[in-house]
Design a protein around this ligand. Sequence first.
Ligand SMILES: Nc1ncnc2c1ncn2[C@@H]1O[C@H](COP(=O)(O)OP(=O)(O)O)[C@@H](O)[C@H]1O
Ligand SMILES: CC(C)(COP(=O)(O)O)[C@@H](O)C(=O)NCCC(=O)O
Length: 408
Amino acid sequence: MDLGEFQIPGNSDPNQKTSHLSLDIGGSLIKLVYFSTNDGDNDDELGSSGNESVGVSNGSRSYPVLKGRLHFSKFETRKINDCLDFIQTKRLHLGGCQRLGALPIEKTIIKATGGGAYKYADLFKEKLDICLDKEDEMDCLVAGANFLLKAVHQEAFTYLDGKKEFVQIDQNDLYPYLLVNIGSGVSMIKVEGDGKFERVSGTNVGGGTFWGLGRLLTKCKSFDELLELSQQGNNRVIDMLVGDIYGGTDYSKVGLSSTTIASSFGKAISDKKELQDYQPEDIARSLLRMISNNIGQIAYLNALRFGLKRIFFGGFFIRGHAYTMDTIAVGVDFWSKGEAKAMFLRHEGFLGALGAFMSYEKHGLDDLKVHRLMQKFPMSSLVGDKICSPLNGELNENESIECSVYAS
Ligand SMILES: Nc1ncnc2c1ncn2[C@@H]1O[C@H](COP(=O)(O)OP(=O)(O)O)[C@@H](O)[C@H]1O
Ligand SMILES: CC(C)(COP(=O)(O)O)[C@@H](O)C(=O)NCCC(=O)O
């Protein structure tokens, strides 16, 4: 492959190269998607050795094709310097050009979305000499979701009663659907086609609320610790149930069983207890249940509002966590009387970053067009179909998507 393959067609600046990296810089996490043409050699992520480069004709133009993999990484936004170091060490922003003995790149432009694309633009410029090319967050979320749903095998799944089932998506019958992205906050988007969508709702009670309140209430040092802790808890110690109010009986006239949560954290008002009298795991459990349930309910109401039957949940709050998914799915199923379906995405947290990656093409550059995808799962993720431990369901750190991109 020669260097010309990375050049942006029609670009007036001959020193400007297209990167194979995109970013989604959110309120809590920075997500990276990057393409490499080799098989996991970290020192040389964007090199080209040993890979086929085949010409493919697309209409009037002929594009060389690069075979490789899409990789996914995330960093906490509060530790943005770790992310900058990662990009620098792997030379992700250089498009492999240094390795190929190219002239130094004078201007590197990286597609970036999320609020941090604005907030940290100067930092990226100062530390890595990168210009962030800002892409709209909602555009990217939708583009990422559509791309995954159409191109990636076994991307969407349902989760009910501890059972995970992959959903076969019919590309011709994908729309309309509701996309619920649970990041720091929550956006709900009615999607009717490629680039055809409306953000119809949202809520400020989201992943940031769980992690923020949870940190204050339990003293957990990390999100993962909080999630693990919630596994061992019992929400009934702190939640007020219908039975607690109705003397142990159901309120069957309106369909409420005695075990339904009447009021999350409600027991804390009647117990003569202080925060330290509660077990942190019970607090974590109750908090996770409260937030997941609330989001599930708002999502259902919006699906009802627009007559949507399918709800896809994304965002890193979910983390493939069994209890979170179960709570959301049961809520949607219960409220819709089985009419609406909650579905989850394996690449849940990377919708925005993937959308930004796809947008290299959107700008008429045609340099990074994913035209074929075949996902490889590590063997461990194929063992059974149940998600038993908290983080088992999430994307494996080393998991990547095999794909080819057009280079031009
Ligand atoms: N390692 C982690 N550190 C912090 N938050 C995490 C982590 N993993 C999952 N989360 C959850 O995911 C949320 C962020 O989700 P994300 O989709 O990345 O949104 P954002 O774009 O707002 O950062 C956090 O608020 C938190 O609830
Ligand atoms: C402002 C945001 C789009 C930012 O996205 P995020 O970093 O949370 O993924 C999101 O936090 C949000 O939709 N918040 C809810 C705002 C509301 O509708 O009340």
